[in-house]
Design a protein around this ligand. Structure first.
Ligand SMILES: NC(=O)C1=CN([C@@H]2O[C@H](COP(=O)(O)OP(=O)(O)OC[C@H]3O[C@@H](n4cnc5c(N)ncnc54)[C@H](OP(=O)(O)O)[C@@H]3O)[C@@H](O)[C@H]2O)C=CC1
Ligand SMILES: CC(=O)[C@@H](O)[C@H](O)COP(=O)(O)O
Ligand SMILES: [Mn+2]
Length: 383
């Protein structure tokens, strides 16, 4: 039995993880959950899975839930301190970080410092502070197991212990809802259209990131830290069917890939059960039905966010945290229909240009730069 904590249990990844756990109650035991706004669902989850503790970021919501869960002896923590308290809760063996945004950074670091293994979905954490997170994991002998479908695929396709045998990682991208569109088609596109991902059903922020290709940019940076690989050895190719979830090319010319239907419960389950594999009732991939797997170059003119992410990763220091923070703020504004599609890359580029990069930053310098970038993005758009 493995004791699991889920940071962000009310979201797309969190609810699918609970589905995996529900179907494997002999293997996994939920000891801690967290949410923010959706306290109705969090209450329902708490009553079903009976964790010892629950954390809610929003303090008013936490107070409401505390009264409801008191009779069941479930403790409720609140605020960022509450998320940190939850993440380092002593009974947790594996923490699934499925919260959205860099709010997950401090709780993830706290969990690592407490020796918890991490099943990592929250990519913004690695984009913001990849060096600090991965060094801390090494220091505390903690495993960081990828949940993101591409990174799970790469993890499963790395069959050699010798990193010098890997020549490159091939990160697949669906191309998003606007694949084959031109810039002029997207000038007045609404968030409703951008949310319609062709293959995956996901949370709102990552869906917008997929539509701008920033998701792939964040994933390039995530891959660099997770697999300790040179940025130039990470290639993005568009594969509209999302069947090959990513590949690893070796120096002898062999390519090893992981394939499967577009269902996040597969990589989530693998991260929870690793190193074992367990059976499930998810529809198996039928290659005859799929019949056609195609590949294209990403269009960096229509989707400049991918280029900006490569730039940020190359410049290192606090620049990736600035890219991420500006993107978080701008995606939120786009979701509220306050700005247009291209305000996202255009503003990020200006924020990157204006930032005074700090090399080898401390956590405080990263947090300072994150905050600076959020304010700068808002100032540039005069909100
Ligand atoms: N969805 C997917 O298929 C995939 C997602 N990912 C990554 O996984 C992460 C989660 O994505 P996804 O599940 O789609 O996101 P969702 O928006 O569906 O869920 C986000 C979760 O985070 C919680 N949350 C949001 N803001 C805060 C906050 N300030 N404090 C505490 N909790 C908060 C939400 O709580 P509440 O709902 O209660 O407000 C919810 O539980 C992201 O980093 C994403 O990039 C990676 C690969 C695939
Ligand atoms: C399911 C998953 O891992 C997402 O990150 C997915 O990859 C989004 O698809 P694209 O960013 O390739 O459109
Ligand atoms: Mn992904």
């Amino acid at each position: 039995m493995r004791n699991i904590g889920i940071l962000g249990s009310t979201g797309s990844i969190g609810t699918q993880a609970l589905d995996v756990i529900r179907n494997n109650s002999n293997l996994f035991n939920v000891v801690a959950l967290s949410g923010n706004n959706n306290i109705k669902l969090l209450e329902k989850q708490a009553l079903e899975f009976k964790p010892d503790i629950v954390a809610v970021f929003d303090r008013a919501n936490a107070n409401i839930l505390r009264d409801k869960l008191k009779p069941f002896n479930i403790k409720v923590f609140s605020g960022l301190d509450g998320l940190i308290e939850m993440a380092k809760y002593e009974s947790i063996e594996l923490l699934l970080t499925s919260v959205v945004g860099m709010i997950g950074l401090k709780p993830t670091l706290a969990a690592i410092e407490s020796g918890k293994d991490i099943a990592l979905a929250n990519k913004e954490t690695l984009v913001t502070a990849g060096s600090i997170v991965m060094n801390k994991a090494k220091e505390h002998n903690v495993s960081v197991i990828p949940v993101d479908s591409e990174h799970s695929a790469i993890f499963q396709s790395i069959t050699s212990k010798e990193s010098k045998e890997i020549s490159k990682i091939i990160l697949t991208a669906s191309g998003g809802p606007f694949r084959n569109k031109e810039k002029s088609d997207l000038l007045n596109i609404s968030s409703r259209e951008a949310l319609k991902h062709p293959n995956w059903s996901m949370g709102r922020k990552i869906s917008i990131d997929s539509s701008t290709l920033m998701n792939k940019g964040l994933e390039v940076i995530e891959a660099k830290w997770l697999f300790d690989i040179n940025l130039n050895d990470i290639e993005v190719i568009v594969h509209p069917q999302s069947i090959i979830h990513s590949m690893v090319e070796y120096i002898d010319g062999s390519i090893i890939a992981q394939l499967g239907v577009s269902d996040m419960r597969i990589p989530i389950q693998y991260a929870l059960s690793y190193p074992k594999r367990i059976s499930n009732n998810i529809k198996k991939l039928n290659l005859i039905e799929v019949s056609n797997l195609t590949f294209e170059k990403p269009d960096l003119t229509t989707f400049p966010c991918l280029k900006l992410a490569y730039r940020a990763s190359e410049e290192e220091g606090t620049i990736p945290s600035v890219l991420n923070a500006a993107n978080e703020v701008l995606v939120d504004m786009f979701l509220k229909d306050k700005i247009g599609f291209y305000d996202i890359p255009n503003t990020i580029e200006t924020v990157l240009d204006k930032h005074k990069n700090i090399c080898d930053p401390t956590l405080d310098e990263i947090l300072y730069s994150d905050n600076w970038a959020r304010n700068k993005a808002i100032e540039l758009l005069k909100f």
